[in-house]
Design a protein around this ligand. Structure first.
Ligand SMILES: Nc1ncnc2c1ncn2[C@@H]1O[C@H](COP(=O)(O)OP(=O)(O)OP(=O)(O)O)[C@@H](O)[C@H]1O
Ligand SMILES: [Mg+2]
Length: 238
């Protein structure tokens, strides 16, 4: 099957800092793929380079067969590629519902938008209860849910998730990962997931990539990575 996303030898960075030094990876439609790696390995930079927030200095990025190196970050969600960035970045002074409406910024099918807001509340009932509350006053877990729900309002084919578990309690993390699995299974949304929590990520994913100082050092089925002694020692706390 044609990959929905493909990176070929992508280099990027910040001024003189080379953060990615030739990253190549593929995501097939319908998959959940995990990128795991330590602090500063280049996980977030990989997602931001795909989104065009950081520009690729070298290499190629293809989405649905189309080269997207020069496509602007605002355009990609309208093509079905949407990122939930690390740290959530919801609009703190807007209500939950206003945040969701902004997620549908490029759509003008009012009925469809209303239906999708209701669908977001079905997926995340707590957001429905809090629909008039300012985003900034939500708990960390609720803000992560809102960030994911807002991204879903763009009707993504490929969702990029940057550390959805960061700073959250285990029970909330479980809820969020259950919903990620549901979105993938029931809506067929393809997911590229970045996590420092390798255990969680590899349980959710079918395949995984390991990134170390800007390079992919290993790729395999998630189950094989979980059994790999090196991965167990370096990333699974053994
Ligand atoms: N805005 C920036 N300016 C300069 N250097 C940056 C910037 N953002 C990231 N870097 C550097 O790029 C490298 C990769 O960072 P990146 O944020 O991609 O790592 P990460 O794998 O997401 O780490 P973490 O797990 O801590 O989120 C690091 O060396 C980091 O210091
Ligand atoms: Mg990061």
């Amino acid at each position: 099957m044609q990959p929905i996303l493909e990176l070929k030898n992508v280099h990027s960075g910040y001024g003189s800092i080379k953060a990615l030094k030739g990253v190549s990876l593929k995501v097939i439609p319908g998959e959940i793929v995990a990128i795991i790696g330590a602090n500063g390995a280049g996980k977030s930079t990989t997602l931001m380079t795909i989104c065009g927030i950081v520009s690729a200095e070298k290499g190629e990025i293809f989405y649905e067969g189309q080269r997207i190196n020069k496509v602007s970050p605002e355009k990609l969600p309208t093509m079905g590629l949407c990122q939930v960035p690390e740290g959530r970045r919801i609009f703190p002074r807007l209500s939950v519902e206003e945040n969701l409406i902004l997620g549908a910024f490029y759509r003008n099918d009012k009925e469809g938008i209303a239906k999708d807001i209701q669908h977001a509340y079905d997926l995340f009932p707590i957001l429905g209860e809090r629909r008039r509350q300012e985003g900034g006053t939500l708990s960390g877990g609720e803000q992560q849910m809102l960030a994911i729900a807002r991204a879903l309002m763009t009707k993504p084919k490929l969702l990029l998730l940057d550390e959805p578990s960061l700073g959250l309690a285990p029970i909330i993390i479980q809820q969020i990962f259950d919903i990620i699995a549901t979105i993938n299974r029931e809506e067929g949304t393809t997911i590229l997931l970045v996590e420092q929590n390798a255990n969680l990520a590899l349980q959710a994913a079918s395949r995984g990539y390991v990134v170390e100082t800007g390079e992919i050092t290993l790729e395999d089925k998630a189950s094989a990575l979980m059994e790999n002694p090196k991965i167990r020692e370096a990333y699974l706390g053994e």
